[in-house]
Design a protein around this ligand. Structure first.
Ligand code: PRX
Length: 631
């Protein structure tokens, strides 16, 4: 049950968490099951970057997610699984059944020679077996790396190779709305470029005929059926890695953020319990995919660590009709609903009767995550979905932070439209200017940094600690730099304004502009490309590419647009598709040859009046050309 049940208790918890950190966290850690108690609550800082929480402690996270609840309430429902197509049969798993399935899967992995510390790649759709598999991996001390099922073979191969996975778990195919994604076929292509893969396990989801590579490919369904439902959990050290999750950055290839067991466990669990004020009879539903961090922390770990009952949904918000989300809320009497602004905006654009015909009276708390929520979407969510009686928690956090960092607490601290509001206990946000000076006092606006490690912070980038240091801790030494800008109002409430680096947030998914540019540059008709984000009514941000062609005149813009999107789908996945392109003779550059992205962002957003001084550019005439093409 939540502890922070009043504004006074929030203040008390916050003060204690920053002044008496050790006693605050010791008390929380004692509520979990440990094989051996920790020696030291925390050590390391953002200068030495050797961060440890609960060092010396030994545990298995799945005992905390499953076994202890099975002892208390074996028949409580853990998962209501809702299939893509509502005419298919839904499934339900109690805590006891969930544990048995996890154990069976764990025994399958062991049988396939997966050992403690090995990396296991999951490339699946939202089937219960994905959840079983991730937990099974944790049960035997392996490290899971879930790759979102929308990524391409190339992107999958890159992620398998980066952490040397010897096993990949996939599905034959994945129903997604009206379409089917050929996950096994894509996995086969990826494996051609991923020599470390010894075994591919396939969950038979639709039964479509697939290629089976002898001695490498096995159907999971039969293996699980014949596996034992008991598996002793591997006893792990607090700081052993639990998972790797890849995310895009402003430069280079995706980074595999590595989270460690005990600190992440406490962070996912505490933030879930307090922010959502989850009570034992509530029904929680997070609409994210387990391929993203939200699905790790608020489907896989946070709810299960709290013994919650939740909905897991395989499909998309608009299939078979735009009422689907609301029908599911009604069907399972969902009390806590957590989704992304892009979904809210897409559903807001549909006929309001899609909402009105569903009974949403079970709802108590609404949540938003992934990108800034605009005021109109916030108001619609509040009025039409929450019927003005459900607090909306606007939860700001990142793959790197492991769990929610800045958010109001449902019904306890005030919700303010479009504001994440207050830091959670143990989170010390500060705003700094471009020179690295801390901006004190209110109101303020600057780059958002965090002082001092919290338990859930990612400990490193897999295989590249130096890159971890460079990416997050070199801009402002001693501070974690989030890559986001923020404002603080006169009362100290935070409002996140969006990324200040070269990362675009498309429908709540992070895409590095450099990654997209690298792919575009491969096209023979393009000499140079610059990619920026621009405001998009549904996706939040869309992708805009400025292209310098190799031979002007012979290029058809429409054909190039189609070809580039085909290439991006192949190399990254459909989420990296361009929304707009413009062909230009040149890109605005500084005298030292650096592309002035600030100007390109303004032009893409049609903010022609506020371009600032362009006289220092090497080629100011290009700006005029671009403006005249877009006006
Ligand atoms: O820009 C912020 C935005 O999403 C980024 C993190 O993306 P990712 O690691 O993929 O994790 C998304 C799910 C936690 C942040 O740097 N972001 C996330 N939540 C919010 C947000 N921006 C504004 N308000 C939020 N509530």
């Amino acid at each position: 049950m939540p502890h922070i049940t009043s504004a006074e208790l929030y203040q008390k918890a916050y003060d204690e968490s920053t002044k008496n950190k050790d006693s605050y966290w010791n008390r929380i850690a004692e509520t979990f099951e440990w094989d051996t108690k920790w020696d030291k609550t925390q050590s390391g800082d953002f200068n030495n970057l050797d961060i440890k929480w609960f060092d010396g402690g030994k545990l298995n996270i799945t005992e905390n997610c499953l076994d202890r609840h099975v002892k208390e309430h074996p028949n409580k429902i853990a998962i209501h699984w809702e299939p893509n197509d509502p005419s298919e049969k839904a499934k339900t798993f109690t805590y006891k059944e969930l544990l048995e399935n996890v154990n069976r899967f764990a025994n399958v992995l062991k049988d396939k020679n997966v050992k403690k510390g090995d990396r296991v790649c999951f490339y699946m759709s939202m089937v219960p077996e994905l959840l079983f598999g991730v937990l099974a991996s944790a049960r035997i001390g392996a490290i899971h790396s879930v790759v979102f099922g929308g990524f391409s073979a190339k992107a999958l191969a890159g992620r398998i190779n980066d952490c040397d996975c010897k096993i990949v778990v996939t599905c034959d195919e994945a129903p997604r709305g009206e379409k089917k994604v050929q996950l096994k076929e894509i996995t086969d292509q990826a494996c051609k470029e991923a020599p470390s893969v010894e075994t591919v396990l396939i969950y038979r989801r639709t039964g479509v005929k697939i290629n089976i590579e002898p001695n490498r490919d096995f159907y999971l369904n039969e293996l699980m059926q014949s596996a034992q439902p008991e598996c002793k959990p591997e006893i792990m050290n607090s700081e052993d890695p639990l998972f790797i999750l890849y995310t895009s950055g402003s430069t280079g290839k995706p980074k595999g953020l590595q989270h460690s067991i005990a600190g992440y466990m406490l962070w996912a669990s505490e933030t879930f319990k307090e922010v959502f004020q989850y009570g034992q009879n509530d029904i929680f539903w997070c609409t994210a995919d387990i391929g993203w961090i939200t699905g790790h922390s608020y489907i896989t770990y946070g709810p299960l660590l709290n013994g919650a009952t939740q909905v897991m949904f395989e499909g998309v918000p608009t299939f078979p009709t735009p009422s689907r989300f609301w029908d599911i809320v009604e069907k399972y009497k969902v009390s806590h609903f957590y989704t992304a602004p892009t979904a809210i905006r897409a559903l807001e654009a549909c006929d309001i009767n899609c909402v009105k015909k569903a009974d949403l009276s079970s709802l108590k708390v609404l949540g938003s995550v992934g990108e800034p929520i605009n005021e109109e979407a916030w108001n619609w969510y509040n009025k039409e979905i929450g019927q003005e009686k459900c607090p909306i928690v606007d939860t700001w956090w990142q793959t790197e932070t492991g769990g929610i960092m800045i958010s109001n607490i449902a019904g306890v601290t005030p919700a303010i439209a479009c504001h994440a509001t207050n830091p959670l206990p143990a989170v010390e946000p500060i705003l700094v200017d471009d020179k690295g000076e801390v901006i004190s006092g209110n109101p303020a606006k600057g780059n958002l940094c965090i002082k001092n490690p919290w338990p859930g912070v990612a400990r490193t980038i897999y295989g590249d600690h130096e890159r971890y240091k460079q990416t997050y801790f070199s801009a402002y030494p001693g501070l974690y730099f989030t890559g986001d800008g923020a404002k603080r109002d006169e009362n100290g409430n935070y409002r996140i304004t969006g990324r200040v680096d070269d990362v675009i947030n498309v429908s709540g998914h992070r895409i590095g502009t450099a990654e997209v540019e690298d792919v575009i540059d491969e096209h023979e008709s393009v000499v140079e490309a610059a990619v920026v984000g621009f405001p998009h009514p549904i996706k939040g941000q869309g992708i805009f590419a400025y292209l310098t062609p190799s031979s002007e005149g012979s290029i058809n813009e429409d054909d190039l647009f189609i070809e580039l999107n085909k290439l991006l789908t192949q190399k990254i996945g459909p989420i990296a598709k361009l929304d707009k392109i413009i062909i230009t003779n040149g890109l605005p550059k500084t005298r030292s040859g650096k592309i002035m992205r600030r100007i390109l962002r303004k032009i893409a957003a049609s903010e022609f009046e506020t371009l600032g001084d362009i006289s220092t550019l090497l080629n100011p005439e290009v700006v005029e050309e671009l403006i005249s093409k877009l006006k």
